[in-house]
Design a protein around this ligand. Structure first.
Ligand code: SF4
Length: 225
């Protein structure tokens, strides 16, 4: 993270007690009541802002990032995501499902379209819209960003909205690499959730293949942080 201190702070990042989404604020409070040792707050992004790849998920998992404070950490989706990143050299260290496991991302950063855990893992449209300002600030704050990987339709649509590009021009398609005019490449994958893998929509091999294609399409000049 060393060189990141020379970057301007994103113009907007959610406060620990961000209250733009009343339903999610109430859910955070209920979780805090039930699980006072959990994080139960907007989850910050993970990785350097000088990364060339930004991975955008849906929202923190209840017992994953909402518990541990780091995106995709502590639940099944993280097991698959971090194993795949380690295999492709996009992370170094050991993933141990804890925010303090020492895992370091290499050239990539991970965030969510919605920063607070939603009930049933399903944010409503108003919540996605409210949190878009933070995703847009995230994208603007990454000077060497060349590729965005959207995990699922909601993340795909949120990224296009941030870039002010109509989504009907670039429909979600697993495995696609959308060349957007004047913007980073937008790659699509089904979300690496337990549900998607258990139902057969996404296999570990399919997810690995998406990352392999992204690595092959990596911009020629890119940061290695
Ligand atoms: S989801 Fe985003 S906008 Fe809504 S309360 Fe959480 S941080 Fe704020």
């Amino acid at each position: 993270m060393g060189r990141d201190r020379f970057l301007p702070r994103p113009p907007e990042a959610p406060a620990h007690d961000c209250d733009f989404c009343p339903r999610l604020v109430a859910f955070r409070a209920a979780n805090h009541n039930d699980y006072p040792d959990w994080f139960n707050a907007p989850v910050a992004s993970f990785g350097s802002r000088r990364a060339w790849l930004l991975i955008v998920g849906l929202a923190p998992g209840l017992r994953g990032a909402n518990r541990t404070s780091r995106p995709f950490t502590g639940d099944f989706a993280g097991d698959l995501l971090y194993a795949t990143l380690l295999r492709h050299g996009l992370a170094v260290g050991t993933y141990d499902a804890r925010a303090d496991d020492g895992l370091r991302l290499v050239g990539c950063r991970i965030t969510n379209a919605v920063r607070c855990v939603p009930p049933g893992n399903k944010p409503v449209a108003a919540e996605v819209a409210a949190c878009r300002r933070f995703l847009a600030a995230e994208i603007r704050s990454m000077p060497e960003l060349g590729t965005i990987l959207a995990l699922g339709v909601l993340a795909h649509s949120a990224v296009l909205a941030c870039l002010d590009i109509r989504k009907r021009l670039y429909p979600f398609r697993h495995g696609a690499l959308h060349r957007l005019p004047g913007s980073p490449v937008l790659a699509d994958s089904y979300h690496c959730s337990r549900y998607n893998t258990q139902t057969g929509r996404l296999s570990a091999a399919m997810f690995d293949d998406v990352l392999a294609r992204i690595m092959l399409s990596r911009p020629p000049v890119a940061a290695t942080l």
